[in-house]
Write a protein that binds this ligand. Sequence first.
Ligand code: ADP
Ligand code: MG
Length: 301
Amino acid sequence: MNEFQLIKQYFQQPDLNFSNEYTALKSGDDCAAFSLPSDLELHFSIDTLVEGVHFPENANPFDIATRAVAVSISDLAAMAAIPIGFTLAITLPELKQDWLQRFSEGLIQAAQFYQCPLMGGDTTKGPTLVITVQVHGVCETGQSLKRSGAKEGDKVYVSGPIGDGAGALPLVIEDPCLNSGLAKQFYAPIAQVGYAQKIKTSANSCLDISDGLVQDLNHICHASGVGMTIDPKAIPLSKELLATYGKDKALQYALTGGDDYQLAYTAPHCQFGVCIGEVVKGKQVTVQGMDLSSGGFQHFI
Ligand code: ADP
Ligand code: MG
């Protein structure tokens, strides 16, 4: 099988390389193209996953694919953009048809779930498996949610349980092919695309939690010139996380872990989400009853 047969067989399948209302030209030419009405802005974001760095070696190819697409689409969700298509650059150490088959099945599942077709890409041979996904999405002009809009007096919300992604990581490092219970949160996080549409008119600022709740909320603080106080007791923790690690460790994962792909946002009032604190005058996040300055969130003060 040569490079072009490989591309055709695995990356240009009709279930993956479909069209939507924005598709002007899909995979097959030197470029793909979108056709956009003038009242929409194109948003795009790119993420690279390196084997052994962002996912364990020997992970299930289906899971690698669903994760790669979901974490990229999560960046669109963070800004309330709707996915319209993605491109994929993949570097493969060797051509394994069984691996590619299962990888492309994961791509198809994600593409269908988010209604976001694969529109083109690049396929190369190299020493390590590297997967780069660029996602494209649309939002009405000037309406996307940013990190910079938080205002003193806003409440701070999260879209769902925090800490599961970080709690899943030790489990998938132990067993790269585990994909049940908590481990599912690592390989198949759900990008909150629909959720973002529900909050976009009330939220003043938003991002997706990929690096840990405190660190990510600090990004909003810095971009908006505000501080935040967070009530740790209000942070939603899943039953699975609590059952696996107990309360203290679960909270530690939630505050500093990352890989959640839930949304964190601020709004004067929002009927959706869990309120975990508020925006105050200041420069950074404080978590009530905890000293974050030592880097040791586990040290209660
Ligand atoms: P070029 O040499 O002009 O860059 P390529 O030979 O790399 O073109 O790719 C040929 C076609 O196959 C292009 O339309 C490209 O978008 C598509 N393609 C290549 N690799 C991928 C991939 N991993 N996923 C989706 N489409 C791909
Ligand atoms: Mg070309």
